[in-house]
Design a protein around this ligand. Structure first.
Ligand code: GLA
Length: 416
C-alpha cells in the first residue's frame, strides 16, 4: 500500500491487492498478545480532548499527564496488580502530518516526541498505548490513518508503541472489514508486538450494519462494539443490557487472544456512587473485559483504589479461560450472571441490581439454583469484602441482599 492519497481507480486496485495479501497471510494477528484481558489506564473519559495546556496545565492531554499517570501506576500498586498499558486517547496529534506525511504529536503538548514518552513509560516497567482512526480524521478532527495505514503502523513501531486503539470516525463502516484487517497486517509486519484495539464493530453499529465477530476476533485483540461509556450508571446499565441481549453470540468469541471491550472503567470517577462503581467492576470482570481505568490516579478515593486492586475481582477478570459470563436470568431488574473459571468446575457469580428503588433485593437461594450444582461442593468467598463464606453444597442456602444499583459477587472454587 502506498502512502499517498489515491484516486478512485487506484484505491480500488489497492483494496484488491490488499485482499490478495490478506488471503495469502491467513490468520494475520499472531502477535501472541492479550492472552488475558489487557489492563491499564486510558485518558478519554476523565481527560477527553482537553488541549488547553495554557490555562489548564494539569488536566490537558500532554506528555506531563501521561508521565504522571505512569509514575502513579508504577508506584501505587497498580502495576504490581497487573495494570500495564498507559494509553493516550484522541487529541495528541498535531493538526497536520509532517513534510514526509508522517504523523506527529502536537509539538507544544508533547515537546519531546512519542519515542521519548514511550522510553519513559517503558522505564517504569509499563507499556504505551496510542490512538488513531481508520477514517480520514479522528473523532476529534485530527489527521486519520486512511490511505496511510502502513506508514502509520511503521511510525508507531518506530516510536515504541505497544497498543493501538483504532477508531472509526469519518469512515464508511462498510470498509471496516477491509481496513481493520489491513491495519492488523501492517502492525504485524512491523515485527513489534502491538496490541490491536479495534472499534470495528462499534463503527458498524453506528451505521446500522451488523457485525461478523469471526473476522473481528481474527484480526483484533480487543474490540469495542457498543456506545461510549459515560461517568453515569444508566449508561453502564445500558452496556450491560447490550451484553445481556447478545449474550449467546458474544460467548462464542471471547477467549485468550481476543476479548469484547465494553469500554473504560469509571472506577475512581465522579458520577457514580461507590456501589455503582463496584457493580461496573464486577460486571467487567464477568465479561473478561479489558480493565482500562479512566480516572485521575493523582487524586483517587481510597475505596476506589482498593476496588481497582481487589485481588478476587482481578483474578476473575484475568482467569485463563477468558470466558464471557452467561446471563442466567433477570427478574424485576435483578440479573444473575455466572462465569466459569479455573480450576475447572469453579464459578464466579454476580447478582447485578438495576433497580433504583427501595432497599434492594433480598436473596435466599439454594446454591444449586444459582449455578453451584456440583455435589463435590465449593469454597465460597465474597469478593468485595474478601470474607470467606465457607463450604457450600448444592442445597446450602445463600442469603444476602443486593442493594439498589449495586452488585453482589462471589467466587466459588470447586472442592476436590
Ligand atoms: C470515540 C470513541 C471514544 C474516544 C473518542 C475520541 O467516541 O468511541 O472511546 O476514543 O472517540 O474522540
Amino acid at each position: 500500500m502506498t502512502n499517498v492519497r489515491l484516486s478512485g481507480f487506484s484505491m480500488l486496485l489497492n483494496w484488491i491487492l490488499l485482499f490478495a495479501a490478506l488471503f495469502a497471510c491467513g490468520l494475520c494477528l499472531d502477535n501472541g498478545l492479550a492472552r488475558t484481558p489487557p489492563m491499564g489506564w486510558l485518558s478519554w473519559i476523565r481527560f477527553g480532548c482537553n488541549i488547553d495546556c495554557v490555562s489548564d496545565p494539569d488536566f490537558c492531554i500532554s506528555e506531563k499527564l501521561i508521565m504522571q499517570m505512569a509514575d502513579h501506576m508504577a508506584k501505587d500498586g497498580y502495576k504490581d496488580a497487573g495494570y500495564e498499558y498507559v494509553c493516550i486517547d484522541d487529541c495528541w496529534l498535531a493538526t497536520e502530518r509532517d513534510k514526509n506525511r508522517r504523523l506527529q504529536p502536537d509539538p507544544k503538548r508533547f515537546p519531546r516526541g512519542m519515542k521519548f514518552l514511550a522510553d519513559y513509560v517503558h522505564s517504569r516497567g509499563l507499556k504505551l498505548g496510542i490512538y488513531e482512526d481508520f477514517g480520514t480524521k479522528t473523532c476529534g478532527g485530527y489527521p486519520g490513518s486512511e490511505f496511510y495505514l502502513q506508514l502509520d503502523a511503521q511510525t508507531f513501531a518506530e516510536w515504541g508503541i505497544d497498543l493501538l486503539k483504532f477508531d472509526t470516525c469519518h469512515s464508511d463502516a462498510h470498509d471496516n472489514k477491509y481496513g481493520y484487517p489491513a491495519m492488523s497486517m501492517y502492525l504485524n509486519q512491523t515485527g513489534r508486538p502491538i496490541l490491536f484495539s479495534c472499534e470495528w464493530p462499534y463503527g458498524e453499529l453506528q451505521q446500522n450494519l451488523s457485525s461478523d465477530y469471526g473476522p473481528v476476533r481474527q484480526y483484533c485483540n480487543i474490540w469495542r462494539n457498543d456506545w461510549d461509556v459515560m461517568d453515569d450508571f444508566k449508561n453502564v446499565m445500558g452496556i450491560v443490557g447490550f451484553y445481556g441481549k447478545n449474550n449467546e453470540l458474544f460467548m462464542k468469541y471471547s477467549g485468550p487472544g481476543g476479548f469484547f471491550d465494553p469500554d473504560q472503567l469509571i472506577v475512581g470517577g465522579i458520577g457514580m456512587s461507590h456501589y455503582q462503581q463496584r457493580a461496573q467492576m464486577a460486571m467487567w470482570a464477568m465479561f473478561s473485559a479489558p480493565l482500562l481505568m479512566s480516572n485521575d490516579l493523582r487524586d483517587i478515593p481510597e475505596e476506589a483504589k482498593q476496588l481497582l486492586l481487589n485481588k478476587y475481582i482481578l483474578s476473575v477478570d484475568q482467569d485463563p479461560l477468558g470466558a464471557m459470563a452467561t446471563k442466567v436470568w433477570e427478574f424485576k431488574g435483578l440479573q444473575l450472571w455466572v462465569k466459569p473459571i479455573m480450576p475447572k468446575g469453579s464459578l464466579a457469580i454476580v447478582f447485578f441490581n438495576t433497580n433504583a428503588f427501595g432497599s434492594g433485593s433480598a436473596i435466599s437461594s439454594a446454591a444449586g439454583d444459582i449455578g453451584m450444582t456440583d455435589s463435590r461442593g465449593y469454597q465460597v468467598t465474597e469478593v468485595f469484602t474478601g470474607k470467606d463464606l465457607g463450604t457450600f453444597k448444592p442445597d446450602t442456602k445463600l442469603k444476602t441482599r443486593v442493594f439498589t444499583t449495586d452488585a453482589y459477587m462471589i467466587v466459588c472454587k470447586i472442592l476436590s
